[in-house]
Design a binder for this molecule. Sequence first.
Ligand code: ATP
Ligand code: MG
Length: 211
Amino acid sequence: MTALTLALSKGRILEESLPMLARIGLDPAGDIDRLLRVPSRTPGVSLLIIRPTDVPTYVEYGAADLGIVGKDVLMEHGSTGLYEPLDLDIAKCRLSVAAQKDAPKRDPRRRLRVATKYPEITRRHFADKGEQVEIIKLYGSMELAPLVGLADVIVDLVATGGTLRANGLIETEVICQVSSRLVVNKASLKTKHAEIAALLDQIRRAGQTLK
Ligand code: ATP
Ligand code: MG
């Protein structure tokens, strides 16, 4: 059998992927808290346990044939080198703009300052509305930025809105809905077509939806 490598997004996406992977025999046969590469329970299929933001890169370069990653990460990365055949319908949330509930008034001559982990999506979103903004790239805890005057608004993932509320922020605009996707390296899809088609089929039959 041709070997396949599947890159998994460490963290909440991995947690939410495990039941589906177990149903099709692709759950890890090793310690995923320590190992970066583990065999799955299916011979010939190995798993990479990596940071979500690195998954598109591994798949694009063919270091992994397939990957599971959030739509947010895909949109930010740009997915030209990848096929995205399946919406796995897990790790669902949305990407939104949020502002302080009682925001101090901004001088309209100054550009809106937006703090985010997603500079590309943010730039595109505001450019589509004809608005040039100043983007401040952060790597986490975006909610803090408006509270300390680092930014006027944030662009961040929202699930329940609980974290926003706890920090006195309100969602002002939804940019897009987010769920996790299966992505496939374009060359692998040709050279390992039968194996990948079979795997896609199994995932679909495991109760997932076709995009
Ligand atoms: P990294 O270490 O690369 O910064 P991370 O800490 O953001 O990753 P997680 O928070 O475990 O990693 O997972 C983030 C992914 O989970 C997002 O890309 C998104 O697709 C998905 N997700 C689903 N719901 C949420 C949520 N409420 N908050 C954050 N991410 C969510
Ligand atoms: Mg996180």
